[in-house]
Ligand binder design. Structure first.
Ligand SMILES: Nc1ncnc2c1ncn2[C@@H]1O[C@H](COP(=O)(O)OP(=O)(O)OP(=O)(O)O)[C@@H](O)[C@H]1O
Length: 270
């Protein structure tokens, strides 16, 4: 479990307060979203989880390890792997297998088991046929999946994805998202997913809504729809289909909270 206890943060002494008194916990096997507009503090909090920054006040425990204790930081970074926006910045190998092997060598992974671990992690993200490929020949979505496989090979308990799909087109974004959901379901990984796109939160267990360094709401995908005004105040727009579904439901039409276009059309024909 990750426990964030009364955390506040400033980048500089006497600088502006970036996060104010944040408290929340995240279980293993949970898919949690940090949602908020640019500059609301989501990435800063994600970097605090990974001990890249240390809280100015309060504390963060990752499986009972305090991020402010230097001796814990290596274990915390291994447990909670980060995936960033631009996959190009995370790829270090020239072939797919070399890229994953690099991270494994860094943790002194046993050489004799390395190949098996590389194959396992590639299979989990659906890149098993690309093992020998050059990383330069991968698409954007495949590169992001490689970054996830490289993280996965290190046996983390949590994946922290900071706007990890924002450089991808819709098809690649959906494909990476389904991979993430599968990892949560099949491996029981905790997922911390940072975004300002509401379309990406449909499969989350819980959503924390960020505004100006504070958490202003905790929701499920369905309950967030009831908070259209709050979402707008936070600079977010509920997407068209769920917004319409919300209104139709209020008028007595039975629909899922986040319908597909087909589900919406079928319900309206009935
Ligand atoms: N290294 C830094 N030094 C000083 N201020 C920073 C630094 N990084 C971020 N900030 C400031 O902290 C605030 C929160 O930024 P943060 O990146 O955490 O927000 P965010 O919600 O993740 O936004 P985005 O979606 O744009 O990444 C912003 O005002 C930003 O300018």
């Amino acid at each position: 479990m990750i426990n964030i206890c009364n955390v506040s943060f400033q980048y500089e002494n006497n600088g502006p307060s970036i996060l104010e008194n944040i408290s929340l916990s995240i279980d293993e096997g949970e898919f949690v979203v940090f949602l908020g507009r640019n500059g609301s503090g989501k990435s800063t909090l994600s970097r605090l989880l990974n001990a890249l920054h240390i809280p100015s006040k309060g504390k963060i425990l990752v499986d009972d390890l305090d991020t402010s204790v230097v001796e814990h930081q290596w274990s915390i970074r291994k447990k909670a792997q980060m995936i960033f926006q631009n996959p190009e910045n995370q790829i270090v190998g020239t072939t797919v297998e070399e890229d994953i092997a690099f991270g494994l060598s860094n943790i002194a992974y046993e050489q004799k088991n390395m190949d098996k671990q590389i194959e396992w992690s590639l299979e989990k993200v659906g890149l098993q046929n690309k093992k020998k490929n050059s990383v330069y020949a991968l698409s954007g979505g495949e590169k992001q999946k490689l970054a996830i496989a490289a993280a996965l090979a290190l046996s983390p308990k949590y994946l922290i994805l900071d706007e990890a799909t924002s450089m991808l087109d819709e098809a690649a974004r959906n494909s990476v998202l389904s991979t993430i959901v599968e990892l949560k379901n099949k491996l029981g990984l905790g997922i911390i997913y940072i975004t300002h796109h509401l379309e990406e939160i449909v499969q989350a267990d819980r959503i924390f809504l960020f505004h100006e360094g504070k958490i202003v709401g905790e929701h499920t995908p369905a309950s967030l729809l009831q908070e259209e005004t709050l979402a707008q105040q936070c600079g977010l727009e509920i997407p068209f289909l769920p917004a319409l579904s919300n209104r139709l439901q209020a008028g007595g039409i039975t629909l899922p909270a986040w319908p597909t276009l087909e589900e919406l059309v079928t319900a309206l024909w009935k």
